[in-house]
Write a protein that binds this ligand. Structure first.
Ligand code: SF4
Ligand code: SF4
Length: 105
């Protein structure tokens, strides 16, 4: 039996599921005040605890889910967004919930 599994290549720019999965995510965590101040105010949730969720997705997400998306504050995005790894359990859960394929792409 082979121990080599085919690498799974999920393309975040053709997905966006984790940015549209949970109205309570992404939440801010260990960001500095300067990092938080750099995020446009209109994209931040009223309670200042995380990003604003609007229309079923993070307010910073542009494009069409499952086709072509982008984070409009990529360089400024919260730490939890940076920790997301394509193919990890949270990714798989978000993709399944949004009906985005479990295969490549
Ligand atoms: S759910 Fe996974 S593949 Fe989709 S954008 Fe998030 S990390 Fe990338
Ligand atoms: S800040 Fe960017 S990476 Fe994070 S959830 Fe919003 S759109 Fe996605």
């Amino acid at each position: 039996m082979s121990t080599h599994l085919a690498p799974v290549d999920y393309d975040c720019q053709a997905c966006g599921a984790c940015c549209a999965y949970d109205s309570d995510w992404p939440r801010f965590s260990l960001e500095t005040d300067a990092e938080l101040d750099a995020i446009p105010e209109n994209l931040v949730a009223a309670g200042l605890c995380g990003m604003r969720f609007e229309g079923g997705r993070c307010a910073a997400l542009s494009g069409k889910l499952g086709e072509h998306v982008a984070c409009t504050i990529y360089a400024l995005r919260p730490l939890v967004c940076r920790e997301c790894q394509p193919g990890d359990p949270e990714c798989m859960e978000a993709r399944a919930a949004l009906g985005i394929g479990q295969g490549t792409g």
